[in-house]
Design a protein around this ligand. Structure first.
Ligand SMILES: NC(=O)c1ccc[n+]([C@@H]2O[C@H](COP(=O)([O-])OP(=O)(O)OC[C@H]3O[C@@H](n4cnc5c(N)ncnc54)[C@H](O)[C@@H]3O)[C@@H](O)[C@H]2O)c1
Length: 269
């Protein structure tokens, strides 16, 4: 029996990257998966987001583990769409035990060069989108009376300032405030809320951001390598998914309101 046998996980930004790794890692431990993604390019960030084909691939990979999976196309900023996505998940998969707020975007500019629209998009997707997912999932978890796990992907950028990322950092620090407040509110229902803080991860977000910012890739990768304590440029998404798996499992039932750094030692430097 897997560690998550019979559980249902609702994962945002699941068409590719870390979201897909979360979906397949949890499915390997016998969770059924609702995989949500916007599946279209947006006016911001300045790189391509996932496609419908990507989301179908995530669903196929989950099903290859013999688990149930549904793909849902929705923008995490759209309250009505998120409420409908939660309803669809419960109608199709029966329940929601695990929420992973992961959908996010990144882009770089000095704070004074960020347009108002860029700022709003960044904070709406990376922070408001997390709150909306929790807003609609938490009442379902409370109604089920069997606890729950909420995992929110922040970043090392949610623990320190980073030049060129003022709007991204502001949103990722905000995720900690959201998670800690929510952790206090839902503890009596046996629901935990924790945040993940990865260093740079090998996904389309990081390559897209480098290209959008017009930075030489080799130079940027060397900066990432220098920032990490371990001699790595980028870490694999499975490293983040394994942390989420532990937090989603029964083993972590008394762990809440914590920040988990999967940062190749960056925060020690
Ligand atoms: N890659 C990194 O270096 C890194 C480091 C630390 C934290 N993070 C965070 O990890 C999370 C996952 O990012 P990733 O690296 O897998 O990037 P990614 O671009 O591969 O995946 C992000 C997914 O979110 C989706 N998405 C974007 N906007 C959306 C919206 N409005 N509604 C619904 N879906 C939307 C995209 O289509 C994409 O599939 C993000 O929150 C990101 O900020 C990434």
């Amino acid at each position: 029996m897997g560690k998550l046998d019979g559980k249902v996980a609702f994962i945002t930004g699941a068409a590719r990257g870390q979201g897909r790794a979360h979906a397949t890692t949890l499915a390997r431990e016998e969770a059924n998966i609702a995989a949500l993604d916007v599946c279209q390019n947006l006016s911001y960030p300045r790189y391509s987001l996932a496609s419908r084909h990507d989301l179908d691939e995530t669903v196929a990979q989950v099903r290859a583990y013999g688990r149930d999976a549904i793909g849902i196309i929705a923008d995490v900023r759209d309250a009505a769409a998120m409420e409908a996505a939660v309803q669809q998940t419960v109608a199709t998969l029966g329940r929601i035990d695990i929420l992973i707020c992961n959908a996010g975007v990144a882009d770089m500019a000095f704070a004074w060069d960020i347009s108002e629209a860029w700022w709003d998009d960044m904070v709406d997707i990376n922070l408001k989108g997390y709150w909306l997912a929790a807003k609609y999932v938490v009442p379902q978890m409370i109604e089920q009376r069997s606890g729950g796990r909420i995992i929110m992907t922040s970043s090392v950028a949610g623990l320190k300032g980073m030049p060129g990322l003022a709007h991204y950092c502001a949103a990722k620090w905000g995720v900690i405030g959201l998670a800690k407040s929510l952790a206090l509110e839902v503890a009596e229902y046996g629901i935990t809320v924790n945040t993940l803080h990865p260093t740079a991860v090998d996904t389309p977000l990081i390559t897209g951001m480098i290209q959008a910012a017009g930075m030489p890739t080799d130079e940027f990768l060397q900066q990432l390598r220098d920032a990490n304590l371990f001699p790595v440029h980028l870490i694999g998404p499975e490293g983040i998914a394994n942390a989420a798996l532990w937090l989603a499992s029964d083993e972590a039932r008394y762990v809440t309101g914590q920040e988990f750094k999967i940062d190749a030692g960056m925060m020690l430097k």
